[in-house]
Design a protein around this ligand. Structure first.
Ligand SMILES: NC(=O)c1ccc[n+]([C@@H]2O[C@H](COP(=O)([O-])OP(=O)(O)OC[C@H]3O[C@@H](n4cnc5c(N)ncnc54)[C@H](OP(=O)(O)O)[C@@H]3O)[C@@H](O)[C@H]2O)c1
Length: 313
C-alpha cells in the first residue's frame, strides 16, 4: 500500500538516535552537514591531520566506534592539481572510498559518498541521468569515478553515492567567493560562457543527504522507487547556467550588500582561460530520481544563492 502520507517528512528524525562518522570533517560540505544536522543524529568528526582516508588501519579502526552511518566528505578537490598529483588523487578519491566501503560492510553501516558531475564527458545536450555512461575528461573525474567503482564493486548494499556539481557554501574556497574577491579588486572580469552546469549550495546538498538517509530508514517509501532505496543519485540545485551567467548573478546579488569595484563582466570561450584540467562542456544533472524517491522538490539555483548571501552577511 502506498500513499503520499508515507513519504518521509523533511528531517523526520530517526526512530532511535544514530551515529554518523563524518569523514573529511574540516571541509566545506562537512561544515554544512554540521550546520543542518537534524535532531536524532550524533556526529563523530574525522579529518586531517589526525585521520587520513588513505590510511587503511586508521579507517578500519573506526570499527571500534561502530557508527551507524559513514558520511564521506573527504576528497582531494583541487581539480587542476590532480593533473600533476595523479597518485594522490587516485588514493584519496579512489581507494579511500573503497576502504570506507569495506569498513561499512564489516560493521553493517550505511555509507554516503559524495561524487561529481566531472565523471561525465559533457557531450550530452540534456541533463545527465544516473545510469548514463560516464567518461571523465580529467584526472580528478577519473579518480572520483574510481571511488564510485570501488564502492559498488565492494559488494556493500547500503550505500548512497550522491553526485553533485559547482558546490559553494560557507567555510570553503569556491567560485562565489572568488568572484566576490575579484569584483572588489578589478573593474573587469572575464568568465567562461561555454561550459554549462548547475550551482549547488552546500546547505541544500547536506539537507538532501539527510533526506536520503531518512529514505534508508523507510522501506518502500514511494511507488516510484525500487524496494532498495540505495544506489547512485544526482543532486544539484535546479536549473542551469554557464559560469558567466553564474558570475553575473553572483555580482548582482553581492552588490546589494557589498561595495564592488567591477564594472564589466565579459563572456569568454574556454580557450580564453586555459587550465590544466579539461572540464565537461555540459554537466547538468537530472534530479528526477532524487525527487521521486524523497517526494521533495529541489530549490532553484538563484534562490539558493540568495539564501547563501543571507547566511553569509
Ligand atoms: N567543490 C565542488 O565544486 C564540488 C563539485 C562536485 C563534487 N564535489 C565533491 O563534494 C565533496 C565535498 O567537497 P568540498 O567542496 O567540501 O571539498 P573540500 O572543502 O576540499 O573538503 C574536502 C576535505 O577533505 C579533506 N581531505 C583531503 N584529503 C584527505 C585525506 N587523505 N583524508 C581525510 N581527509 C582528507 C580536506 O582536507 P585539507 O583541506 O586539509 O586537504 C578537506 O577538509 C567531495 O567529494 C568533492 O569531490 C565538490
Amino acid at each position: 500500500m502506498t500513499s503520499n502520507s508515507q513519504l518521509p517528512t523533511p528531517h523526520s528524525p530517526p526512530s532511535v538516535s544514530r551515529t554518523i562518522a563524518l569523514i573529511g570533517a574540516n571541509g566545506m560540505l562537512a561544515s554544512a552537514v554540521k550546520r543542518v544536522l537534524p535532531p536524532g543524529y550524533q556526529l563523530m568528526a574525522y579529518g586531517l591531520p589526525d585521520f587520513d582516508i588513505t590510511n587503511r588501519s586508521q579507517v578500519l579502526a573506526l570499527q571500534d566506534s561502530a557508527p551507524d552511518i559513514i558520511l564521506n566528505c573527504a576528497a582531494y578537490t583541487n581539480v587542476d592539481g590532480c593533473e600533476t598529483q595523479h597518485e594522490l588523487a587516485m588514493q584519496v578519491n579512489g581507494e579511500g572510498p573503497g576502504l570506507l566501503a569495506q569498513l561499512a560492510s564489516e560493521i553493517d553501516a550505511v555509507l554516503v559518498h559524495v561524487s561529481t558531475d566531472f565523471v561525465f564527458s559533457g557531450d550530452k545536450k540534456e541533463p545527465y541521468h544516473e545510469e548514463d555512461p560516464t567518461g571523465p575528461l580529467s584526472v580528478y573525474g577519473q579518480s572520483k569515478l574510481l571511488g564510485e567503482q570501488r564502492i559498488i564493486e565492494s559488494g556493500l548494499k547500503k550505500y548512497f553515492i550522491v553526485r553533485t556539481s559547482w558546490l559553494y557554501g560557507l567555510g570553503g574556497n569556491n567560485f562565489v567567493e572568488t568572484m566576490i574577491r575579484l569584483a572588489k579588486e578589478r573593474t573587469e572580469l572575464k568568465v567562461v560562457d561555454d561550459q554549462w552546469g548547475t550551482p549547488t549550495w552546500t546547505d541544500d546538498l547536506a539537507e538532501a543527504i539527510f533526506q536520503l538517509l531518512t529514505l534508508g530508514d523507510t522501506p518502500h517509501p514511494s511507488p516510484l522507487t525500487p524496494p532498495s532505496p540505495y544506489g547512485v543519485y544526482h543532486f544539484s540545485n535546479e536549473g542551469e547556467c554557464s559560469w558567466y551567467q553564474f558570475a553575473v548573478e553572483i555580482i548582482d546579488q553581492a552588490r546589494k550588500s557589498e561595495s564592488l569595484k567591477v564594472e564589466n563582466i565579459l563572456p569568454i570561450p574556454t580557450e580564453g582561460y586555459p587550465l590544466p584540467a579539461q572540464r565537461p562542456k555540459y554537466s547538468v544533472m537530472s534530479k528526477e530520481k532524487y525527487k521521486a524517491a524523497t517526494g521533495r522538490q529541489v530549490p532553484e539555483w538563484r534562490e539558493s544563492l540568495g539564501k547563501y548571501f543571507q547566511e553569509r552577511f
